[in-house]
Every structure is written in C-alpha cells, then in structure tokens.
Design a protein around this ligand. Structure first.
Ligand SMILES: Nc1ncnc2c1ncn2[C@@H]1O[C@H](COP(=O)(O)OP(=O)(O)OP(=O)(O)O)[C@@H](O)[C@H]1O
Ligand SMILES: [Mg+2]
Length: 222
C-alpha cells in the first residue's frame, strides 16, 4: 500500500504562562492510502494538536511530515493552504457551518479558493447532498436542521474539493448514538469508495468502526 501521511518524530510544545509544555513528544505515524484510522486517547492527550498538524493547520516544533510525498514543513503558508485544500476535507464536532448560508451554499464554500466552473460546482454539491441523504434540505439553513443533518451537510462540504483524505475531530461528539452510527455509515461508505478516513474520538464504539485504532497517551503513540 502507498504511504499517504508520514510523521517522523513530531514534537509540539506550547508556552503556557511563559512555561514550555511538551504536548507531543515524538509521534511516529504512517497512514496509507485507503486507511480508516481512529485516533483515541484521554482528554488533553494531544489528539486535536496532532490533528491540526496532520491537517496542515499548525506546524510542529520539530520533526518531519510528508503528505503524499511532499515535505510539508518546507512549504510556506500559501503553499500549505493549497496542499490542505487539495488533499484534506475537514469535519468537526460542532459542524462549523455558516449560520446565514443555506446548506448548498455551505457545501460550495470551500470551492471559492479554487478556480472551478460554478455550474459544475453546484451540480457536484447537489450530488454530494444526495449522497448524504440531504437533497430535500438543500435550501435549509443550519438552525433549521438537526445536529445529525448539519453533520451530513458538513461531510458534503468536506468532499466538495474531492480530497483524498477526510480528517474528522470528534465528528459524533455532539450526536446521539443512533445518529452517530448513521454518520459512521457514511464514513464507512466513503472509505469503501477509496477515501482515506482519519477520525479522532474518545468513544470506544465509534473507534471500533475504524479498521485501525491508534492510541495516543502522554504525548506518544502506544
Ligand atoms: N494553543 C495552545 N496553547 C497552549 N496550550 C495548548 C494549546 N493547544 C492545546 N494546548 C494544550 O495541549 C494539551 C492537549 O490539547 P488537545 O486539544 O490536543 O487535547 P485533546 O486530546 O484533543 O483533548 P480533548 O479530548 O479534550 O479534545 C492540553 O493540555 C491543552 O491545554
Ligand atoms: Mg480535542
């Protein structure tokens, strides 16, 4: 299998009250094309910190990171944004939809950074909303939707640029167990169709639906 994400001895320190605290203490992790990985660990263990690094939203203090063969840490901020946009779709616990925008407008939003034909984009957005069973609500705004429905829209948004990787931080954390399972069904389908899925969760049942479980504890992978 082809390596998609390779982290070598990744460390991350934060300054809190002018004291340096090491949160990630040397993470080594390889994720392959087509993987479905759950990252688990106690609250405060550094899961979101790691996700921000994998998602090219933050840089480590030291270490090496290769994404699809590119040396991520050698890129400048613009190049990093470009790479992120091309490769990664994000899903968050609190959905992060734009409140004043309709479902379809939320799905289309990530394409404003890429030069794509708007007619095609709209067509694709509708196809994606169909895929997550939200085609009947394309003109609804987030406050008119349930949590599970909002997360479906957020997943469609994460897919609009056709990224190879879906990175989801506690995607079911705000949902009941039935809805959580429906959302995990969507991730399973996407994985069966070739997407690489990385989810962060503290729920055992949710982690159990991934193909691999990686546990982070005390800043390292155990
Ligand atoms: N920007 C920051 N500045 C200072 N400390 C930070 C910063 N970001 C995270 N931390 C600290 O790093 C530690 C790990 O945080 P992180 O958000 O990665 O944990 P987590 O595993 O995602 O936890 P949870 O399950 O609660 O979401 C915490 O102690 C947190 O306070
Ligand atoms: Mg977190």
């Amino acid at each position: 299998m082809k390596e998609l994400i390779k982290l070598i001895d990744i460390k991350k320190t934060f300054f809190v009250d002018s004291k340096e605290i090491e949160i990630l203490k040397g993470i080594n992790l390889t994720i392959y094309e087509g993987d479905f990985v759950a990252i688990i660990g106690a609250s405060g263990s550094g899961k979101s910190t790691l996700m921000n690094i994998i998602g090219c939203m933050d840089r480590p203090t030291s270490g090496q990171y290769y994404l699809a063969g590119r040396d991520v840490l050698s890129l400048n901020d613009d190049e990093l944004s470009f790479l992120r946009n091309e490769f990664i779709g994000f899903v968050f616990q609190q959905f992060h939809l734009i409140g004043y925008a309709k479902a379809i407008e939320n799905v289309i939003l990530p394409t404003i950074y890429s030069r794509q034909d708007q007619k095609n984009v709209k067509h694709r957005a509708i196809e994606l909303l169909k895929m997550v069973n939200m085609e009947h609500r394309i003109n609804s705004k987030p406050n008119q939707l349930s949590g599970g429905e909002q997360q479906r829209v957020a997943i469609a948004r994460a897919l609009i640029n056709n990224p190879q990787i879906i990175l989801a931080d506690e995607p079911t954390g705000a949902l009941d167990s039935k809805t959580s399972n429906e959302i995990m069904d969507i991730f399973t389908n996407l994985n069966n169709n070739g997407k690489t899925i990385i989810i962060i969760t503290h729920e055992k049942d949710i982690a159990g639906r991934a193909k691999k479980i990686i546990k982070i504890s005390d800043g390292i992978i155990v």
